[in-house]
Design a protein around this ligand. Sequence first.
Ligand code: C2O
Ligand code: CU
Length: 442
Amino acid sequence: MNSQPKEVVYNLEASAFNWDISPGKTIEAWGFNKQIPGPELRAIVGDTLVVRLTNNLQEPTMIHWHGLRIPAAMDGTGAVQKPVAPGEVFEYRFVLPDAGTFWYHSHANETEQLEKGMYGALIVEDTTDPVFDAEKVLMIDDMKLNSDNKFTKPGWFVPRIVERHDGREGDTLLISGKEDSVIGIAAGQTERWRLINASSARYITLYLGGKEFKIIGTDGGLLEHPRTVTSVLITPGERIDIAAGPFEEGETFAMESLPYNRSTFLKAKRQQFATVKVGKQKTSVAFIPETFRTIESLANKDAIITRKVRLSVGPSLKDGMDFLVNGDVHVNDKLVKVGELQIWEVSNTSLMDHPFHLHGFFFQVIEENGKAPEYRAWKDTVNLTPRSTMKIAWMPDNRPGTWMYHCHILEHHAAGMMAEFEVIDGNKPQEELNPVRKHHHN
Ligand code: C2O
Ligand code: CU
C-alpha cells in the first residue's frame, strides 16, 4: 500500500540523435531524451504519472503505455488522440493502478520509430515487493543495420517480402541500448532482473549458461509462486521478471537467446546478448517467499466463448502476404460492455507464431490447445504458436473508449493484423462514443 501517493513528473523529448551502441559504432537513432532506451520511469503503485512529451522529430509521434490499465484517452494510439505533430507538446497523466514491469513506446510509424530506439521502461513498485540485493532493468532489442551502421529498408521485392513475413530482425544485439555489455553481480547475492523484449520481431529464449533462475513475474506483475527454470521465452512486447543468483565468485557466463523456430525464412540462431561476470562475495538480504500473492481466477477452461479472434495470413498481390484478423486487415471489431466478462478464443491458423497483445487490460490464459495452463498469471501479450488455439478471460472494468489488440511483431501489425473495438458503458447512450475514431492504421 502506498500511504502517500504523489505526482511523479517526467519530461520526454522525442528527437533524432547519435547513439554509440559500442565503442566506435554510432547510429543515427530516434528516441527519448537522446538515449536508448529512453529514461527509466519509476513510481509506486497509486502514484500519478505525468509525462510531458515534446516532439522534436520531423514526423508525428505518440506514446503508448504498454500494459497499463489507464483511461482510454491516455492509451497513446491514433484511435484516441491526435498524433503529436513536430514541435508540439502533449501531456499524459494517469494513476498507476498496478505494480510491475511495463514499458512505453512510440505508437506511430512503429516499424521505423521503435526500430530506431523509441522505447523505455516504466517500473511500478509496490511497498510489499519482495526484497532483493539489487535490481536491473534489461531491455532486449536487436537492430538491422547495414555495413555503414545505417538503418535501411529492404528495396527489392524478395527481401521486402522476407521482412514483412519474418518481421525485422538484425544482427546488432542490444541490452539496454548497448552491444556486448557486461552485467555484474556480486557473488552470494540475488537480484531482480526485469526483462523487456522491445524488439520488432525477435523471439528471445533467455538462457544463462544453463544456470537455474526463478521466474517471479510476468506482464501484469508477480506470479503466485516462483518457478525455477533454466530458460524462458520472451516474445516481442512481453516482460519477465526473474530472480538471478546467487552465483559463485569469479564465474563468467553468457546471457544468450537459444534458437526458437518460429517458421521464419531466416534461420533461428543461438546468440549472445551480454556477458554476466560474478564479482566478490557480498552478504545477502534477499528473500524470495514461496507465495507472492493470490491471483483470483476469472474463469475456468470450460467458460463459454463470447468472441472468436482468428489470426491468419493470406496472399496479397502487391506485398506477397497480408496479415489478417478474422479474414480482414485493420479490423473494427464488435463492442464490449463494461462489466461483462470476456472469454475470447484466440486462434492462429497460420504456420508462424504471433504474439497477441491486448491494450489496456490484463487477461488470464484459461485454456491452451484444450488444456488448462499450469499456473495462473496476468498477461497483456501472449504467444500463439502455429495452428494453436487459446482461450483468454478478461474483465472490461469501467474505462470506456476505443481500445485495440494486435500482433506485436511490428511488421505484422502494420500489415493488418490488428483490430480496434469500443468498450462502452451499457448505461450510457451511444452518442457519447469516442468521436475521434474513424479508421486508423496504427
Ligand atoms: Cu506495445 Cu499497440 O503496443
Ligand atoms: Cu504476427
